[in-house]
Design a protein. Structure first.
Length: 470
């Protein structure tokens, strides 16, 4: 490996770096890697903490989306809302949760918003959102409080956690990103059962208020330790030019080579791959949100008891989260694109399976396809979170992933609110069939993905150029 001389530099991104040595190496494509500093040099402890703490924060905010469907009947009765009202509240929440990702990413990359501050602000906004959901009978105020304020707060936390873990594990981001992302689903499991068995019009205020306080405390404690690595940082124990070092990292990098350079958002859009990923998020997230919104109601409509209805949603939430970690690990072995296509196909088949199980009134089969729907409906998220820096680099990942994830803006509308209209017009079978068809089209589109600037798809590296570190 050819590298430039050792250099010492103090950068705004890493104020404590004054007395630490690092070097910058450049590969044959011009990609710069900052090596020599360990995670303990920068953080004072292992970077594993930057996996576990974001995971806890993600579990805390998961109640807003994944348990909402179990609470909507009680909320409707308590506030005098219609079913359509409650669905649109969630749709607005999804819109703003996804919409804040890009502006928050831009602010972070400009140095105007740190990971810690973004999470603090998000935690406070989540509390306000739950208080609005609890105490406002006017549906428009609930939409403003929970949908807009709570959605923005959750989005700030979500985007911060996902982007941060990807920066700390650039050589093995699939498994780590999947693990953190999984908390956003199965963290809601206790609340799904609370909302189905211990939540009624007599205690809904206290329950929702306490949940808001729980989210505030859990996220704030985790956020105290949040910190991004310096730009271009690469772990000291893995050679970025030959991938020699940790065997797990070498395997992952062989299947998922690093981006050929750091793409700005405009450059990423011009490659055509970022818009394609955005379209895929719109389609797959729409199907996922539809399943989250209607799983319990469909089970009850078919005639299954409340235990099966709640269990089907619980199964979906657990597998939705666990599946994210599993496919993250698989993508390090198989490659992101292959794993993504596999996940989307499973998601589509599960929608048709739910129809079949409902038609024959088979509770166990219904739970099985809820299992598959949960797996597919969550597992694609960490794939996009890992593909974005794989394709466009880490330095602008907060903005680039914010653009990709903003596809959920549109999917939140047709997955929840417009999904309820389709159910009214076509019934549950027609709506689930449409969702399955959308998934299959998305799987075909995903085959067009390719890493910009590396058309051969290989991770081969030629002799690097030397580059001064200052």
């Amino acid at each position: 490996m050819t590298a430039d001389p050792m250099a010492t530099r103090n950068t705004p991104a890493d104020p404590g770096a004054a007395n630490r040595s690092y070097r910058e190496v450049t590969d044959s494509r011009g990609r710069v890697y900052r090596v020599g500093e360990t995670d303990r040099d920068i953080l004072g402890h292992s970077r594993k903490l930057m996996v576990y703490l974001p995971w806890v924060a993600m579990m805390a905010i998961s109640v807003s989306e994944y348990a909402y469907g179990s609470a909507e009947d009680t909320l409707s009765a308590a506030h005098g809302w219609t079913q359509s009202n409650t669905f649109w509240i969630l749709s607005v929440w999804v819109f703003f949760q996804a919409g804040i990702a890009f502006p928050a990413g831009w602010l972070r990359e400009q140095g105007l918003l740190t990971a810690r501050r973004a999470s603090y602000i998000g935690a406070g906004m989540c509390l306000l959102g739950f208080l609005a959901l609890s105490h406002f009978h006017n549906v428009w105020l609930a939409i403003l409080g929970f949908g807009v304020v709570g959605g923005v707060g959750s989005g700030l936390i979500y985007a911060t956690c996902i982007n941060m873990v990807g920066k700390w594990f650039p050589e093995r981001r699939g498994a780590k990103t999947g693990f953190v992302n999984g908390g956003f689903a199965y963290g809601s499991l206790p609340f799904i059962f609370i909302f189905n068995y211990a939540f009624d019009t007599g205690n809904y205020n206290e329950v929702i208020d306490l949940i808001g306080v729980y989210v505030l405390i859990a996220v704030a404690v985790c956020a105290w330790f949040f910190k991004d690595p310096p730009k271009n940082w690469w772990p000291a124990d893995v050679d970025p030019l030959t991938f020699a070092g940790n065997s797990k990292s070498a395997t992952s990098l062989a299947k998922n080579p690093p981006a050929v350079r750091q793409f700005t958002p405009k450059e990423a859009v011009r490659t055509g791959m970022l818009p394609l990923m955005w379209i895929l998020v719109v389609m797959t997230a729409g199907v996922s949100i539809f399943g989250i919104s209607f799983q319990v109601d469909f089970a009850k409509d078919v005639g299954f008891g409340p235990l099966v209805a709640a269990s089907s949603m619980g199964v979906m939430a657990v597998i939705n989260g666990v599946g994210r970690g599993v496919v993250g690990w698989l993508s390090d072995l198989w490659g992101r694109k292959v794993t993504l296509v596999f996940v989307i196909v499973v998601l589509g088949l599960a929608q048709f399976g739910v129809i079949w199980a409902g038609d024959i009134r088979n509770e166990w089969l219904f739970l099985f396809f809820a299992f598959l729907s949960g797996f597919g409906g969550g597992a694609f998220y960490p794939m996009f979170a890992a593909l974005t820096p794989d394709y466009f680099g880490e330095n602008y990942n907060a903005s680039n992933y914010g653009l990709v994830y903003s596809g959920k803006l549109v999917s939140g509308l047709f997955g929840g609110g417009l999904g309820s209209m389709v159910v009214d017009a076509w019934g549950y079978n027609g709506a689930y069939a449409l969702a399955g068809g959308v998934s299959m089209v998305a799987a075909a589109i995903a085959l067009l993905l390719r890493q910009p600037g590396r058309d051969d798809g290989t991770a081969a590296v030629t002799a690097p150029e030397a580059r001064p570190a200052s």
